[in-house]
Design a protein around this ligand. Structure first.
Ligand code: CUA
Length: 342
């Protein structure tokens, strides 16, 4: 077939494929869970798919059988005709309508509600003593990540050790956001003025992409997060690096960049050891160690960072960061300084 219809279908299929292959780049999905909690959710999903498929086939059969019968019979079906077979079938039809329209739906709903509550309870374990506690604050449009017991503050990238229970304590600073890393757990809202919590334990190392799942403004779609599950040794090494203050700038251009940073960027961003407290934007003490910038919007390369500082709105519309009014030389010095913050 050809024509506008098939062209549209081909375009739709291409978009769908691109979206699916994009999703496949990150490890782990709803159906490839890496925590016992996500495993339970995936199990529930498969059960619902099987039940839905069964009901769909029954409905198809309920349509197909009368059609097939009427084709075999000499007389066309006339539901309005009085007398004859129509009247004899009446009790059967009534029972079918009651069973199919009332009994089965009630059973299905009761089963799904019960299963949903059981799974919901099982995947929300209470806080334990050996939990690794991580505080996550949702901002328009980034994630502030603090490890209160480890002296680590970072943004958008959450490192966790494997085989240890992790407890996220979440709230929002402005509007409602929703934290969702499909491979690890279900969605959970972050609300201003109230704390929510999420507990899970990663069974295998890997990088799992998540995103904000509650519309929160213009850049809602550019509010991604990466959860990086590492062996306990790698995680400890990461914590040691992240808990340290920023490295002192070791070249003249880096020192120029540091002065530029202190006089403008430091109003919103903190570099521990170099600038006073500030958390209107992400903590940048170890920004060079991160994989992405602007909450998963761009890779953390010098070119992308340059574009980002020059014209943040072009990269991420609605972001609070103002464009930097710097000449080329000053901008390169600032980039040198930021690249030194490993
Ligand atoms: Cu934050 Cu959507």
């Amino acid at each position: 077939m050809s024509g506008p219809g098939s062209t549209r279908r081909a375009a739709f299929a291409a978009v769908l494929l691109a979206a699916l292959s994009g999703a496949a780049c990150a490890e782990g999905t709803v159906l490839d869970p890496v925590t016992p909690q996500a495993g339970r959710i995936a199990g529930l999903w498969w059960f619902m798919l099987a039940l839905g498929t069964l009901i769909y086939l029954l409905v198809l059969a309920a349509v197909a059988v009368p059609l097939w019968r009427s084709r075999r019979g000499a007389e066309p079906v006339d539901p309005g005709a009085p007398g004859g077979d129509e009247d004899a079938d009446e009790p059967v039809r009534r029972r079918l309508i009651i069973a199919g329209g009332v009994v089965v739906p009630v059973l299905v709903v009761v089963t799904l509600v019960t299963l949903g509550s059981v799974v919901g309870r099982d995947v929300a374990p209470a806080a334990q003593d050996d939990d690794l506690v991580i505080e996550v604050v949702g901002h328009q449009f980034w994630w502030q990540v603090t490890y209160p017991d480890l002296g680590v503050v970072t943004a958008n990238e959450i490192h966790i050790p494997t085989d240890r229970p992790v407890r996220l304590r979440l709230h929002a600073s402005d509007v409602i956001h929703s934290f969702w890393v499909p491979a690890l757990h279900g969605k959970i809202d972050l609300r201003p003025g109230a704390e929510t919590a999420l507990s899970f334990q990663a069974d295998r190392a890997g990088t799992y992409r998540g995103r904000c799942a509650e519309y929160c403004g213009l850049s809602h779609a550019q509010m991604a997060t990466l959860v990086i599950a590492q062996s306990p040794e790698e995680f400890e090494a990461w914590v040691r690096e992240q808990a340290a203050d920023a490295a002192e700038p070791d070249t003249p251009t880096r020192r120029t960049g540091q002065a530029l940073f202190a006089s403008s960027c430091a109003a919103c961003h903190q570099v521990r050891g170099h600038t006073p407290d500030a958390d209107l934007g992400p903590d940048l003490t170890h920004v060079a160690s991160r994989r992405t910038l602007a909450a998963g919007t761009i890779p953390n390369t010098r070119e992308d960072l340059r574009t980002w500082i020059r014209s943040p709105q072009a990269v991420k519309a609605g972001v609070a960061m103002p464009p930097a009014d710097l000449d080329d030389e000053a901008l390169e010095a600032l980039l040198d300084y930021l690249e030194g913050l490993e």
